[in-house]
Design a protein around this ligand. Structure first.
Ligand SMILES: Nc1ncnc2c1ncn2[C@@H]1O[C@H](COP(=O)(O)OP(=O)(O)O)[C@@H](O)[C@H]1O
Ligand SMILES: [Mg+2]
Length: 253
């Protein structure tokens, strides 16, 4: 699904991502872990086109996409959530999800006006699909609510619904469990597995080691922008360099 080759991004004197290479197989859950500042979000920003690579390649299903704009990548099947919530609080919860669906549609305004009846029907169908997605992620009770009325945990799920509304092949989740309590984290675990079971390839940045170890088919460990290790949860957990650099006592659990 995705191949990263020798990817590097510098900001002034800081090399946030350095010569990183890995592959993500379609249909798997792939996690990226590492301490704060390791380059995880930068890697997501490079993959989704928010940042231009300083060097290296990004291939989506074999085609080079490095530096292509985010809207094009969205239409090609890439979708994401953000470490810091990016929800429009002056819109309804449902409208936020519909924004995700519109990322993939490329309706010119004039073409739309010329077929207004069709457009209205399409909007209705889109709203119905987005209501379904809100049910799928477990926030169905907020269909008629303003986004500002939702508790934090529901907003994290709403972002996933919005990302799914773009009908992605590849979904990147940047810390979906950040700030959630134990129960909410377990529910996110179930949701991510459900998304993967529906055929979406998932790439996950997450600090909750229990969540990561539980759901990942493959784990990439970053440290100071470089790949420290990769493999299955068992392989990564047993890697002495990973234990020393990051997992510490948590590896024993
Ligand atoms: N837009 C930016 N401008 C300057 N430095 C940045 C920018 N984005 C990230 N960095 C730097 O790159 C490094 C990696 O950051 P980040 O990718 O956010 O790490 P992580 O998500 O693993 O915590 C940090 O040193 C950070 O300060
Ligand atoms: Mg980050």
């Amino acid at each position: 699904m995705l191949e990263i080759r020798n990817l590097t991004r510098t900001f002034g004197g800081v090399t946030a991502v350095q010569e990183v290479s890995f592959r993500i197989r379609a249909g798997t859950i792939h996690s990226v872990i590492g301490p704060n500042g390791a380059g995880k979000t930068t890697l997501f920003n490079l993959i989704t086109g928010l940042y231009q690579p300083s060097s290296g390649q990004i291939l989506l299903e074999g085609e080079s996409i490095g530096g292509h704009p985010p809207d094009e990548l969205a239409r090609r099947g890439m979708s994401r959530t953000f470490q810091n919530l990016q929800i429009c609080m002056n819109m309804s919860a449902l409208e936020n999800v519909m924004v995700g669906a519109h990322m993939r549609q490329n309706q010119g305004l004039l073409a739309g006006m010329a077929r207004l009846g069709k457009l209205v029907r399409a909007e209705r169908a889109c709203a119905a699909e987005c209501v379904e997605l809100m049910n799928f992620v477990g926030v169905g009770r907020y269909v008629d609510a303003d986004a500002s009325q939702l508790p934090y945990g529901a907003l994290k799920r709403l972002e996933i619904a919005r990302a799914l509304a773009a009908k992605p092949k590849l979904l990147l989740l940047d810390e979906p469990a950040a700030g959630l309590n134990h129960t909410e984290t377990q529910e996110i675990d179930v949701l991510i597995k459900k998304v993967a079971a529906a055929g979406v390839t998932v790439v996950l940045v997450e600090h909750d080691m229990k969540l990561v170890m539980n759901i990942s088919d493959h784990i990439l460990v970053l440290n100071y922008g470089k790949k420290l290790a990769e493999g299955t949860a068992q392989e990564v957990r047993a890697n002495p360099e990973v234990i020393a650099a990051y997992l510490g006592g948590a590896a024993a659990h």
